[in-house]
Design a protein around this ligand. Structure first.
Ligand SMILES: [Fe+2]
Ligand SMILES: [Fe+2]
Length: 189
C-alpha cells in the first residue's frame, strides 16, 4: 500500500514486520545515532543496529501473540524500547568497558539516550533499564518490559551461537535505510 521499495525476494511476513517497525519507530531507525549503531559490533556476529532490529521484530511478534490471546499490550512501547535497548553501546566510553561493567552500564546509558534523544516515555525507559535482568537487581515491571527482555535473550542467544539473523526478520542489510527521511510513503509531489 504505497510502499515503494522493491521486494527483493523477501518473504511477505518479513516485509510486513519491517514495515510495521518503520511505522512505529522509523524516526529511531533513520536517526544518525541508530545509523552509527550499524558499525558497532555486537555478540561477535552482528551489529548493535541489526541486533536491535531483530529484537524489535521479535518483540512485535510477541505483542501480536499476546493480543491474540486477549492480553493488553502497548506494541509501540515494546517496539521502541527494543529498538533503543542497546543504543548506549554507541557511546565509546560504554562500549570500551570490560564486559561485566558494560553489561551493567549499557542499559542505563541506553535509557538516557532514549529519553533525551527519542522522547521515550516511562514504560519504555524502564523496559530499557531493566532488559538485562538478572544482571540488574530490578526485574521489568510491565508486560512490554518482559517482552523486550525475552526478545533480547532469544536473539542474543541465537547471535552468540552464530545465527546473525535470528527469526529471519532482516533479509539483507537494513533495507529501508535508503528511504528518504520522514514519512512511511515516498510521494513525488
Ligand atoms: Fe543489552
Ligand atoms: Fe540486546
Amino acid at each position: 500500500m504505497g510502499m515503494s521499495e522493491e521486494k527483493n525476494g523477501t518473504n511477505p511476513e518479513m516485509e510486513r514486520i519491517m514495515d510495521r517497525l518503520y511505522e512505529l519507530g522509523g524516526d529511531i531507525i533513520r536517526s544518525e545515532r541508530f545509523q552509527r549503531a550499524k558499525s558497532v559490533p555486537h555478540h561477535g556476529t552482528t551489529s548493535v543496529a541489526k541486533h536491535s532490529l531483530a529484537v524489535a521484530g521479535h518483540a512485535l511478534q510477541l505483542c501480536e501473540r499476546a493480543e491474540k490471546i486477549g492480553k493488553k499490550v502497548n506494541t509501540t512501547d515494546a517496539v521502541r524500547a527494543a529498538l533503543l535497548h542497546d543504543i548506549g553501546m554507541t557511546d565509546e566510553d560504554v562500549f570500551k568497558r570490560v564486559s561485566f561493567v558494560k553489561a551493567y552500564e549499557h542499559p542505563i546509558r541506553s535509557a538516557e539516550i532514549a529519553k533525551n534523544e527519542f522522547h521515550a516515555n516511562d514504560v519504555q525507559v524502564r523496559a530499557i533499564e531493566r532488559h538485562m535482568w538478572p544482571v540488574c537487581i530490578t526485574p521489568p515491571d510491565s508486560r512490554e518490559g518482559w517482552i523486550v527482555l525475552a526478545a533480547d535473550k532469544h536473539c542474543a542467544l541465537a547471535e552468540v551461537t552464530g545465527n546473525t539473523n535470528p527469526g529471519g526478520i532482516l533479509d539483507g542489510e537494513l533495507r529501508h535505510e535508503k528511504a528518504p527521511g520522514g514519512g512511511e510513503d515516498s510521494r513525488d509531489e
